[in-house]
Design a protein around this ligand. Sequence first.
Ligand code: SME
Length: 160
Amino acid sequence: MYDFAAQTDLPKPELYSSLARAADALVRGEPDPVANMANLAATIWQFLPDLNWAGFYRVIGDELVLGPFIGKPACIRIPMGAGVCGTAAALGSTQVVPDVHAFPGHIACDADSRSELVVPVLRDGRVIAVIDLDSPSPGRFDAEDAAGMQLIAQVASLTI
Ligand code: SME
């Protein structure tokens, strides 16, 4: 059993430090990428409040393909450059979207989503996946969330 006793009311820097420690402990020494993505998605879901979707899209060829996640069933394939996820993957840069309806080309997988954070996972300078978080609250994510999730993307980088 894993019991990380997530304290979701911590200030964001401390919250993400504790999430990163839990994530690292979970995936360390485990070589299976699907198991690691599944446990990382579940841990993110456990630690971060006010989410309606959390998970992975993997870069396969010239598109993103759905990976392990928590939330409602989602779009399976996203062309590189399309939507928030495809933009993050194509540019290799984190996308903080306070209002998904204002993002040109946003792909609606869950009608409840109002804001979104997508962080690329890089290995050897190449984007191999993105981590996508959706929230039902507008403006849920800020620069502290982006920096915190980049720590989790680093944990993912060597283990997925
Ligand atoms: N909204 C994303 C699609 C993935 S779902 O949110 C799970 C996008 O615009 O790329």
